[in-house]
Design a protein around this ligand. Structure first.
Ligand SMILES: Cc1ncc(COP(=O)(O)O)c(C=O)c1O
Length: 384
């Protein structure tokens, strides 16, 4: 039996999405910038996807800029804002950001920017009061992850965004793990910039989007000074992101978004039930401790633990021998021997941070998968 429990790393592309992308590659392969019929057909495909993705987050489609994925969108937010300024200013991130935010922030710091990294509590949440206290007259951007990839903790985005809005500071959130899992309404939430990646909700890898709020009250955006693009060229995507669009991948992203929107409520409820069942079946394993928040403010498909004695990568290998895919620390940094910086930031020791594992459920998982996974884990931990 093979069971995939690593949907936080990537999801399989859904069959409907593969079929649509194949169809687009066969018959709508024109360059969307071309003025003829072939080009127009591709433009229509792209604009339909923009609408589908916009619907998922209740956005104005004008604000959706297609990119190559979450990493590019995060880079575009941080670097695009930073490049507006002749002299280094101040940015705030959390201490539990994905490397796609953490590393650009480090880069800016090396170039003279002041970076504040908000600390988190033991569950991985930042405190809005802390954010309010950390704002300075020269703060130009706050970037806080919507839901943390390793421990599933959802941040108080509304409160954080409101603090930024009141202070007229741009607010970016990396929603890569949250999109399609929890309801996000960018018109109800005070968000200026939001990163999206298709391969976390059954689209393909290498395609994503940055939402740039066209109605933002922040001058940086409304005064048409906007973000400085990372990629310059032919001026596609309203000049925010040049380069011929990946029409088929974008079509797939649009359909994946439409289906995610339709299925979000029932699928989240189903995943919460399965996840809680799995958690209940693992609680008797000695020395296996949960991380992140339990109950509210946790992604519906997400479970994470650390073991008091056993290295996370060893657990991943043993589970893999048994045909079950899970991950240790962040899948994006797997292979790295360093302890998880996320667990360290949450106050865990080096050993505990090295011993972390993550199980992330998805569409194909059934109750039988959960029961089998629990029995395999109970067995493995009995002799490890
Ligand atoms: C929270 C978060 N942000 C950004 C990314 C990067 O997205 P992409 O793989 O599309 O570049 C990931 C990928 O794991 C992620 O989990």
């Amino acid at each position: 039996m093979q069971i995939y429990l690593d949907h936080g790393a990537t999801t399989p592309v859904r069959l409907e999405v593969i079929d649509l992308m194949t169809e687009v590659m066969r018959s709508q392969w024109g360059n969307p910038s071309s003025l003829h019929e072939w080009g127009e057909r591709s433009t229509m495909v792209i604009e339909r996807s923009r609408l589908q993705l916009a619907n998922l987050i209740n956005a104005d489609p004008e604000g959706i800029i297609f990119t190559s994925g979450g990493t590019e969108s995060d880079n575009m937010a941080l670097m695009g804002v930073a490049r507006q300024y002749q002299t280094p200013q101040h940015m705030i991130i959390s201490s539990v950001e994905h490397s796609a935010v953490r590393v650009p922030a480090e880069f800016l710091e090396q170039h003279g920017w002041e970076i504040t990294r908000l600390s988190v509590d033991r569950t991985g949440q930042v405190s809005p009061q802390d954010l309010a206290r950390s704002l300075r007259p020269n703060t130009v951007l706050v970037s806080i992850i919507t839901a943390q990839n390793e421990v599933g903790t959802i941040q108080p985005i509304e409160k954080l965004g409101q603090i930024c809005r009141n202070a007229d500071v741009l607010f970016h959130t990396d929603a890569v793990q949250a999109i399609g899992k929890i309801k996000l309404d960018v018109q109800a939430l005070p968000i200026d910039l939001l990163s999206i990646s298709a391969h976390k909700f059954y689209g393909m890898q290498g395609i994503g989007a940055l939402y740039i709020n066209p109605l933002s009250t922040n001058n940086l955006i409304t005064n048409q000074r906007s973000l400085i693009p990372l990629i310059l060229g032919g001026g596609q995507e309203r000049s925010y992101r040049s380069g011929t669009q990946a029409v088929a991948a974008i079509a797939g992203l649009g359909l994946a978004a439409e289906l995610a929107e339709k299925e979000l409520s029932p699928e989240s409820a189903r995943l919460i039930k399965l996840r809680d069942q799995l958690y209940a079946l693992l609680t008797d394993i000695p020395d296996l401790m949960p991380t992140g928040r339990m109950g509210t403010d946790r992604l519906p498909h997400h479970l994470s633990f650390y073991h008091q004695r056993i290295d996370g990568r060893r657990i991943v290998r043993e589970m893999n021998f048994a045909g079950i895919a899970i991950s240790s620390g962040s899948a994006c940094s797997s292979g790295a021997i360093a302890p998880s910086p996320i667990l360290l930031a949450m106050g865990y020791s080096e050993t505990e941070s090295k011993n972390s594992i993550r199980l992330t459920l998805g569409k194909s998982n059934t109750e039988a998968d959960i029961e089998w996974t629990a029995s395999v884990m109970n067995q493995i931990f009995s002799w490890l």
